[in-house]
Design a protein around this ligand. Structure first.
Ligand code: RB5
Length: 149
């Protein structure tokens, strides 16, 4: 993180996620992060790929380095995000997966399922995801094999 400026974290969800998104945004702000909220912000039905694409674009443009995506299960929005070659989105249902997604996969996006995990688990996953550094080494070699140049 730049010592001068807090890191900004991108966050987006479909209509299953606004409540959880608001909870996680509050946690991010309390922890001192900036937040780029890419919607959606209400209950009207939307399509999760559009919100995965918004976060992928923000990462591509350098507006954020890391982000959070939420849909009902976390499955659709993580699949959509991983269509972008610069995104490594990890769907986590527990803190072990969230931690290992950073240690081993250098995940830059955490995907969460608002309808399948509770908000306290989601909050813990986010905290661990943000605090855990990539281990590098043999894991970098594996990531390189997935990186399209
Ligand atoms: C929306 O109803 C739901 O399908 C979506 O949030 C997500 O769970 C898809 O994977």
């Amino acid at each position: 993180m730049d010592a001068q400026r807090p890191e900004t974290i991108g966050i987006a969800c479909d209509h299953a996620g606004p409540e959880l998104k608001a909870i996680l945004i509050a946690d991010l702000k309390t922890a001192g992060f900036g937040v780029l909220d890419l919607g959606t912000n209400g209950p009207d039905s939307v399509d999760y790929p559009d919100f995965a694409d918004k976060l992928a674009a923000a990462i591509k443009k350098g507006e954020v380095k890391r982000g959070i995506l939420i849909c009902g299960t976390g499955i659709g929005i993580s699949i959509a995000a991983n269509r972008h070659s610069h995104v490594r989105a990890a769907l986590a249902h527990n803190t072990t997966a969230a931690k290992l997604s950073r240690l081993h996969n250098d995940a830059n996006v955490l995907a969460l399922g608002a309808r399948v995990i509770g908000s306290e688990v989601a909050r813990d996953c986010l905290k661990v995801f943000l605090e855990t550094e990539f281990e590098g080494g043999r894991h970098q070699r594996r990531i390189d094999k997935m990186t399209v140049s």
